[in-house]
Design a protein around this ligand. Structure first.
Ligand SMILES: C[S@@+](CC[C@H](N)C(=O)[O-])C[C@H]1O[C@@H](n2cnc3c(N)ncnc32)[C@H](O)[C@@H]1O
Length: 241
């Protein structure tokens, strides 16, 4: 279904544009061989995280991992956590699959699908230990701001999927988007800012590819870390699809 018209999409207009699926031969090879091993198909019912990762461990969802270099580094530095990466871009999926094989990491799984639908349909409420959203597409033109991922209905969905005490960590190099993130996250009744305004970059987050590009262009970088409240008002949870 066209998600632009789907009333169950929390007011979400697609945050990405579908490009033709260009992949390098080695990305395609990795995609074909390794997606059946580390990939999960999108499904319209909830995922059993324990069965998926073959262990009980805190699970972090990453939205829009790009080429996956940051995902790999964080997963290597935090072997005790599970990482579920969601990305729509096929060459990025191929690139992360290649890295998983080269570095023999076992705590990453990949879903190639719109993260809004993955969260809505596949993730049970109050289950995630964390969410990473690093350098989401900034959609700089004002008429495109509606495509930005961090908007109130989506943040409400995101917060509902976090376990109490779980965190959302966002970063961006667009000042105006950073301000929007701070405003929207601060307004969620389910979330509490862990810092006074923006956060210092935590040690576990390495510099990402898009961040490097932004810094080269003279942009600043803003991190935000919010946690899900222990005792939210149940009326504010989105429990049904
Ligand atoms: C600007 S890139 C940042 C990539 C990476 N996080 C980094 O910092 O280098 C944003 C990525 O988010 C992906 N993306 C955008 N909207 C998405 C969605 N709704 N679901 C999954 N991925 C999405 C895009 O395909 C793109 O690869």
């Amino acid at each position: 279904m066209n998600s632009e018209k789907n009333p169950k999409n929390f007011g979400h207009i697609k945050s990405f544009v579908s490009h033709r699926a260009h992949m390098t031969p080695s990305q395609r090879d990795a995609f074909e061989r390794l997606m059946p091993v580390w990939g999960l198909p999108y499904q319209d019912h909830t995922l059993d995280l324990e069965a998926t990762f073959k262990r009980q461990a805190p699970t972090i969802l990453e939205i829009g991992f790009g080429m996956g270099e940051t995902t790999l580094k964080i997963a290597q530095a935090r072997p005790e956590d599970n990482f579920l990466g969601v990305e729509v871009f096929p060459s990025g999926v191929g690139a992360l699959l290649k890295r998983i094989e080269e570095h023999q990491v076992e705590n990453i799984r990949i879903i190639q699908h719109d993260a809004v639908e993955v969260l809505r349909d596949m993730i049970l409420p109050a289950t995630l230990a964390g969410v990473h959203i690093y350098f989401p597409d900034p959609w700089p033109k004002k008429r495109h701001h509606k495509r930005r991922l961090i908007q109130p209905p989506f943040v409400q969905l995101l917060a509902s999927r976090l376990a109490p005490g779980g965190y959302i960590h966002c970063a961006t190099d667009w000042e105006n988007y950073a301000e929007q993130m701070l405003e929207v996250l601060s307004q969620s009744p389910l979330l509490t800012n862990q810092h006074d305004g923006f956060a210092p970059r935590p040690d576990y987050r390495p510099q990402t590819k898009f961040e490097t590009r932004g810094l080269r262009l003279g942009h600043g970088v803003w991190d935000l870390i919010f946690t899900r409240n222990q005792h939210p008002n149940p009326d504010t949870l989105i429990l049904e699809k």
